[in-house]
Design a binder for this molecule. Structure first.
Ligand SMILES: [Fe+2]
Length: 390
């Protein structure tokens, strides 16, 4: 039994209650046709000239993937219904809310061609964005996915877990440093039936950022690809309060009131500082006293991780790394002092950002046994996230 959209309530209320909404037929055929032509032109031959249903994961390659700034795709924001949706979600200065859309055009083309090996399976759980980062309580954006072409079940669509935004919000209110995936065990979240966004061209899906979701691979009966614009709609500021008693709140703000009134003036600062703290960890860190080397960087999954060289064990990558905004904790193999299975905790010295303080403890250590402390100095600089070989 899949989740059914509740058509008795307005889409705004659906977004509040379920963390998402579907609006049918919002964008002109003129726009979707022009966008599809533009996307097609940026594909390598021969797929560029093949019918959509002959596109596969093996023959689709971009020559130059279009994105923000593309003169054709940017016209999405000129579609009257799109502007209306954004203004309704955030409110506008005209209705007394100086907290509307920032005007930034932030979107990606989501093209999911047919996967011959994919065996359609129902979504179990999905994911939250902000992996390896803290999840903002309010944040400053919602997702708007605009279908450029009709799709079919299990045809590469995004699937949402309705109501998960309310359950995730309980976690982030209880602990604003809650992270995905390390702090979630999905069965215990108590999620209900999933909803798959099977679309007609011009349909729009709206999603709140605390909703669990996932894109399936594309393996529908007629092999049609999923082609959509996946839009982040940024608001000018992070909210600081969501109050169910405030009848003037726009729907996006009301979607944060299902667990009652919540006020937090620090959501934006905490989120931004977490990002800065991660960057302070970046670098190559070496001990002056013993053979110890840690290269710390942000990996493709957005999480911090470490490449490690220690005496007597082969070079290795940290496992289970988790950063809490100050301490980076992970497991690794080491001969110090007796065990090969150790837990390392690293922290940039609050008094000297070129220095790192660490402890190492064998997993087999008796409770209360003191960890061994060591000191590292920065011997290499890293200035960007590392998506490739690190
Ligand atoms: Fe996602």
């Amino acid at each position: 039994m899949a989740f059914e959209i509740d058509t008795r309530i307005p889409w705004t209320e659906h977004f509040v209650q379920h963390g998402f909404a579907v609006l049918r037929n919002q964008v002109s055929r003129e726009f979707t046709d022009a966008a599809l032509r533009q996307i097609r032109q940026r594909l390598e031959a021969p797929a560029r000239d093949l019918p959509f249903e002959e596109w596969t994961v093996d023959n689709i390659k971009w020559t130059d993937k279009p994105g923000p700034g593309d003169p054709v795709l940017d016209r999405l924001y000129d579609e009257p219904n799109i502007r209306h949706i954004i203004d309704t979600m955030y409110g506008t200065p005209e209705v007394g809310s100086p907290t509307g859309w920032s005007g930034e055009k932030t979107y990606q083309v989501f093209l999911t061609p047919f996967s011959p090996d994919y065996k359609p399976t129902r979504l179990e759980g999905g994911h939250l964005d902000f992996g390896g980062h803290l999840i903002p309580k309010f944040g400053n954006a919602f997702v708007m996915q605009v279908a450029l072409r009709d799709t079919e079940p299990f045809g590469g669509n995004i699937t949402i877990i309705p109501g998960s935004h309310k359950l995730v919000q309980q976690r982030v209110i209880a602990n604003p440093f809650t992270q995905y995936p390390s702090d979630f065990d999905l069965p215990d979240l108590g999620c209900g039936e999933p909803y798959e966004f099977v679309a007609k061209a011009g349909d729009v899906l709206l999603m709140q950022h605390l909703s669990f979701h996932n894109g399936n691979k594309c393996g529908g009966a007629t092999r049609r690809p999923r082609i959509a614009l996946h839009v982040q709609v940024p608001r000018t500021t992070f909210p600081t309060i969501a109050d169910p008693a405030d009848a003037g709140s726009p729907p996006w703000v009301r979607s944060f009131t299902l667990n009652g009134r919540h006020e937090d003036p620090d959501d934006e600062r905490r989120y931004m500082e977490f990002g800065e703290s991660k960057k302070r960890m970046w670098g190559e860190w070496t001990s002056a006293d013993e053979p110890m080397y840690f290269k710390i960087y942000t990996w493709a999954d957005n999480s911090l991780r470490a490449r490690i060289r220690l005496a007597g064990v082969p070079e290795q990558i940290s496992h289970g790394a988790r950063f809490d905004g100050r301490l980076l904790t992970f497991g690794c193999d080491a001969n110090a002092p007796t065990s090969t299975n150790c837990r390392v905790v690293l922290e940039v010295d609050p008094k000297n950002s070129e220095q790192m303080i660490g402890t190492i403890t064998p997993e087999s250590a008796a409770p209360g046994e003191a960890p061994r402390t060591f000191l590292l100095r920065r011997t290499g600089i890293i200035t960007t996230r590392l998506n490739g070989e690190a």
